[in-house]
Design a protein around this ligand. Structure first.
Ligand code: ADP
Ligand code: MG
Length: 696
């Protein structure tokens, strides 16, 4: 992406490899922990402190406490047995302190702690075998250098393999390079909040003096959180404004195609679907551009709503496109929509990255000359070679996999394209705001009639044998079951191994009635496995969370989730949504490993109690806080580094209003404050939003 990042921010976007102590190996660790740039280290705030200010006499130093002592070195007691530690006896006028070192190098310790000299040592006190000890002091310095020991040390969230000292130094070095940035907050507002400048707040947040300073509700942390939220809200408002600025069109079809499709449906629309359609038609008819979110649980019937909305555009003489996050989903949409589209007598095509050249050429021609009315596809629809005769309406089946700028790309393929964004992840209202600003939204709150509630049971993993036997009985009667394997680690490779092991075990019992699908498989292999399951050739589909998105097999009535306690609520809900789609009763078995934390138990209990995605989403936010929502993290919802939506909800609302006001007064961000706000947007890497400004 083209970026016009202001020069003042250049140092912060340098790679962490330039920092002292950060070679290629450590850089990888820092990157996975915080991020690739210096700025990422600024956002890496301390989680704890080590307070070294307490300096008692040796005999007054309490067990377990970190203290800084001034002592005289009396004698060294090297160890001749590798399993025994090297000891150094020290003293002050109150008594003795033994410094304890395992696997020590004697010559090094003799230089560090010369007998007869005074040293300042800092570390944790232990009482052991009648001695007052300090094992591996964190600091040992001569008296003259006592000041070099930081009295209160910040402790940062860590990752294995990276030493706290190295990380601490890197953060300090990054902080030292942080420039004083022009103020982007309204002065009166800042004063009212008693907030310091960005740089002062940042430095203070990294130098907590007390436990209390670690709270997200301190002035400095609030200021930083607000900056992040303001960048988020301003970016959304800018993108929104751009979309409003582009001229829209009034789209109102004659209704004949929609009538045919509705007549061909084997069911009647739910009230929710009717209401949503009413809102969508009204938006399309309005001369401005539609930008509406259609939220509805898995299985709530969004597809037919999208189809009718697209037909409205076709009736009005235009074309419509539906973009899905994956190839599989695009094809699935095609499979369900194509028969209905044919009933209405319209031309429909699929466009993905995997089409054969000849098919692709035909589709591109049909889109350009207008003979294709509706196209379903993946992000391949964005490509420059794709031209429409007259794209009027775009539906994005989002599942949160697309960024905002991608929506813009698709919109740019037509004049005043109306946009409908569909999402199956129920999003709590506060999070809605962070992901979509104040986008209009329609919610499908009722399920289509005839669905039976899913019987959800919580089962300890030790009963897995019984579970497998139960599944054996069910598939003997023709049932189809999903078996979801846990997230073992951050790495897909290990997840795959777990799924493969489970697959091998089940296949040994049930033979080729078991299929396997995971994220590392080639798309074609994945499709084959899913297809075998959809057709019933396979009756057990062992999967990693790849099935979370979209697959639709109404005949499947069993869902087993192994180590359900490791999943977030949103994700469990998405997974469970794969069953209970047909008329037959369904069962969801949540297998949990022990010990079960309180929070995990609460999550599973909620799953047992309700199937309402909106309720589950709110509970999830309550239980874990936005930053922890696993479903959210994986979904591409904005992740905040400094703001905690659970704690800073009030600031989010203020930021939203602030952003509105800013753009009302200075839509191009041309004033001095506007320029500073641009810097803020770049600071939080909202470059795409800045690029929507005509002035760049
Ligand atoms: P979503 O995309 O919201 O997950 P779908 O649109 O795939 O849900 O719909 C799920 C299933 O429900 C489909 O098989 C669809 O044909 C069916 N369906 C949709 N609307 C209704 C309705 N009003 N009554 C009965 N079944 C419906
Ligand atoms: Mg769908």
């Amino acid at each position: 992406m083209r970026t016009l990042r202001p020069q003042i921010l250049f140092p912060l976007f340098a790679a962490v490899t330039g920092l002292p102590g950060i070679g290629p190996r450590n850089a990888k660790l820092v990157e996975s922990l915080a991020g690739p740039h210096l700025v990422d280290l600024l956002w890496h705030l301390p989680r704890e402190i080590v307070d070294r200010r307490y300096s008692p006499k040796i005999t007054e130093a309490p067990e377990g406490r970190v203290v800084t002592l001034t002592v005289k070195v009396d004698a060294h007691f090297p160890s001749h047995d590798k399993r025994k530690p090297y000891k150094v006896r020290c003293s002050d006028d109150s008594g003795f302190l033994t410094l304890v070192f395992f696997h020590a190098r004697g010559d090094y310790l003799e230089r560090l702690l010369p007998v007869g000299e005074t040293r300042v040592v800092s570390g944790r006190i232990e009482h052991f075998g009648g001695e007052i000890q300090m094992a591996h002091p964190d600091h040992i310095v001569p008296l003259e250098e006592a000041d070099s020991i930081r009295r209160v040390e910040p402790v940062y969230p860590m990752t294995a393999g990276l030493s706290p000292k190295t990380l601490g130094k890197a953060v300090a070095a990054a902080l030292a390079k942080a420039p004083d940035l022009p103020e982007w907050l309204d002065p009166a507002f800042r004063q009212k909040r008693h907030w310091a400048s960005w740089l002062e707040s940042l430095r203070a947040a990294h130098a907590p003096e007390e436990e209390g300073a670690l709270s997200p509700l301190t002035r400095m942390r609030e200021r930083l959180a607000y900056d992040e939220l303001l960048a988020n809200q301003l970016a959304l408002a800018l993108i929104r404004a751009t979309q409003r600025r582009l001229p829209g069109r009034s789209v109102a079809g004659h209704g004949a195609l929609r009538e045919k499709v509705i007549a061909a449906l084997p069911f009647s629309l739910t009230t929710s679907q009717e209401t949503a359609l009413g809102e969508i038609y009204a938006d399309m008819k309005a001369p401005s551009r539609m930008l509406r979110l259609l939220q509805g649980d898995v299985g709530s019937g969004k597809t037919v709503v999208a189809l009718l909305a697209m037909l409205n555009a076709v009736e009005a003489g235009g074309q419509a496109a539906l973009m899905a996050p994956t190839e599989l989903l695009a094809r699935q949409h095609y499979a369900s929509i194509a028969p209905l589209a044919r009933a209405a007598g319209i031309e429909i095509a699929v466009l993905t990255g995997r089409d054969k050249a000849a098919d692709r050429r035909r589709t591109l021609e049909g889109l350009a000359d207008g003979s294709i009315d509706v196209v379903l596809g993946t992000h391949a629809l964005f490509q420059e070679s794709v031209e429409f005769k007259d794209l009027m309406m775009a539906v994005i089946d989002e599942q949160h996999r697309f960024g905002v700028h991608q929506r813009l790309d698709l919109a740019a393929k037509g004049r005043g394209v109306d946009m409908l964004v569909m999402t199956a992840t129920p999003i709590p209202r506060t999070l809605m705001l962070t992901a979509y600003g104040d986008l209009e939204n329609s919610r499908l709150t009722e399920k289509p009639p005839g669905r039976q509630p899913v019987d959800t049971r919580i089962v300890p993993l030790i009963r897995i044998e019984e579970t497998i036997e139960g599944i054996g009985r069910a598939i003997a009667k023709g049932a189809r079951a999903y078996w979801v394997c846990p997230l073992v680690s951050e790495s897909e490779v290990t997840d795959m191994a777990a799924a493969e092991a489970r697959y091998a075990e089940l296949a040994a019992r049930f033979g080729d009635r078991v299929a396997l699908v995971h994220g590392q498989m080639k798309p074609a292999e994945k499709d084959t496995a899913m297809l075998r399951f959809a057709e019933g050739a396979a009756q057990i589909l062992v999967a990693t969370t790849v099935i979370e998105v979209g697959i639709d097999v109404p005949e499947a009535t069993i869902m087993v989730i192994e180590h359900a306690e490791r999943f977030g609520l949103a994700q469990l809900h998405q997974l469970r949504g794969r069953i209970g789609r047909g008329a037959a009763a369904s069962t969801c078995l949540l297998l949990y490993g022990q010990p079960l934390t309180e929070a995990a138990r609460a999550r599973l209990e909620i799953m047992r109690q309700t199937e309402d995605g909106f309720v589950i989403a709110e509970k999830d936010l309550e239980l874990r806080g936005a930053g922890e929502l696993l479903g959210v993290r994986q979904s591409g919802m904005p992740e905040f580094r400094l703001a905690d939506i659970g704690m800073h909800g009030e600031l989010l609302a203020v930021a939203r209003d602030d952003a509105k006001l800013i753009l009302a007064r200075d839509p191009e961000l041309k004033s001095d404050r506007g320029q500073a706000l641009k810097t803020l947007l770049y600071l939080f890497e909202r470059d795409a939003a800045v690029l929507t400004l005509r002035s760049g």
